[in-house]
Design a protein around this ligand. Structure first.
Ligand SMILES: NC(=O)c1ccc[n+]([C@@H]2O[C@H](COP(=O)([O-])OP(=O)(O)OC[C@H]3O[C@@H](n4cnc5c(N)ncnc54)[C@H](O)[C@@H]3O)[C@@H](O)[C@H]2O)c1
Length: 335
């Protein structure tokens, strides 16, 4: 049994804290949301999804110093809050403890993957782990059979991830490619926007399957540049997450894309969503990287042009079809 310090009390955070606690570990949740903590302490229900009964043995705190005796820290905050939380952990003298990431996205200002941000702050990746995959919180809450990847360069930490999260309906596959897992969870948002654009234009499953399949090839090209392995893109944290996000109107990024496809401007679509759309920032960073390394990534460039240059979404989808053909590798060419 491990003593776990858990950062964050959002939808995914509380789902994960509950899973770890039901697996028999001691869980102490740290959060800056006093009202959420009060409700969880009192009713063992999260105010935003009260239908989900949270394990009553979880403890709560607003003081990070209370983590001094924990064996491992697990984080689940927004991509924006990620660096500030890492910094606070370091300042609190907790920076040497095993640290498991479960957030997805990139840092807006630097364009860095979250694992690269953690590496910046803590000065190494050896004590880091990453748990990610096709895991919609509301389906995990309902115990739908789900699987994810537990990645670390340190096998003990990868096995610790398995021990913390794995249950009858939640399987963990071990990997040592922590960068690949971090990339998958970030880049899938770009492809989800493209798929949403196709949906908004009224196109069906054929077009979305095209975008997801070709999007996977683009992910692999970026993986090479980022020092991640292409095979990781073929797994749950890559194509798995691409499918769930690129096919689902439960995804914010997909919905944002659909609004763009329906003819709304970037600002109008964002105003309608009212929440951070991670893919908007990820695509800017991918675009920069792609141009720097002369990558053929037509879907990512197309999404960038729609969002930042106001290009016609229909033209972009048409170009993806043509340019994707040129850069296609595993798909036989038309003859
Ligand atoms: N919701 C899902 O289905 C799901 C599934 C897999 C992964 N994720 C990823 O998990 C992460 C969190 O998702 P969520 O759905 O729980 O989000 P959420 O918006 O419900 O909760 C985010 C949490 O981050 C905390 N936070 C933000 N900035 C902070 C800061 N500076 N200091 C301390 N805490 C801070 C908030 O207080 C809140 O508890 C995201 O990166 C998301 O992409 C979500």
């Amino acid at each position: 049994m491990a003593k776990v310090g858990f950062c964050g009390s959002g939808a995914w955070g509380i789902t994960l804290a509950d899973m770890i606690s039901r697996n028999g570990h001691d869980v102490l949740v740290w959060s800056i949301e006093q009202d959420v903590i009060d409700a969880l302490r009192k009713n063992h229900r999260h105010p935003r999804f009260a239908e989900f009964a949270v394990d009553p043995s979880i403890q709560y705190t607003t003081e990070l110093a209370d983590f001094k005796d924990v064996d491992v820290i697990v984080e689940c905050v927004t991509a924006k809050g990620f660096r500030p939380v890492c910094k606070q952990i370091k300042i609190a003298g907790l920076g040497d403890k095993p640290f498991i990431l479960t957030s997805k996205g990139i840092e807006q200002e630097s364009g860095k993957l979250l694992v690269e941000v953690a590496e910046d702050v803590f000065g190494g990746v050896e004590h880091l782990g990453y748990m990610s995959g096709p895991t919609l919180a509301n389906e995990v809450m309902k115990d739908h059979p789900t699987a994810a990847v537990g990645a670390s360069m340190n096998e003990e930490i990868a096995l610790l991830i398995k021990d913390l999260f794995e249950s009858e309906n939640f399987q963990i596959y071990i990997s040592d490619d922590i960068r690949g897992v971090s990339l998958g969870g970030a880049f899938k948002n770009v492809i989800a926007i493209a798929s949403g654009i196709a949906d908004g234009l009224g196109f069906g499953h054929n077009t979305k399957a095209l975008i997801i399949t070709r999007g996977l090839e683009e992910m692999k090209k970026i993986a090479k540049i980022k020092g991640a392995r292409e095979e990781t893109c073929d797994g749950l944290a890559g194509i798995g997450d691409l499918i769930v996000t690129g096919m689902s109107n439960l995804s914010r990024n997909f919905t944002f894309g659909a609004l763009l496809g329906k003819g709304l401007s970037t600002k109008e679509a964002k105003d309608q969503i009212k929440m951070v759309v991670e893919g908007e920032y990820t695509v800017a960073s991918v675009h920069k990287l792609g141009k720097m390394f002369d990558l053929e990534i037509p879907i990512a460039y197309g999404v960038y042009e729609v969002i930042y240059e106001g290009k016609d979404p229909r033209q972009v989808i048409q170009e993806i079809l043509v340019k994707g053909q040129i850069s296609a590798e595993p798909t036989p060419s038309r003859s």
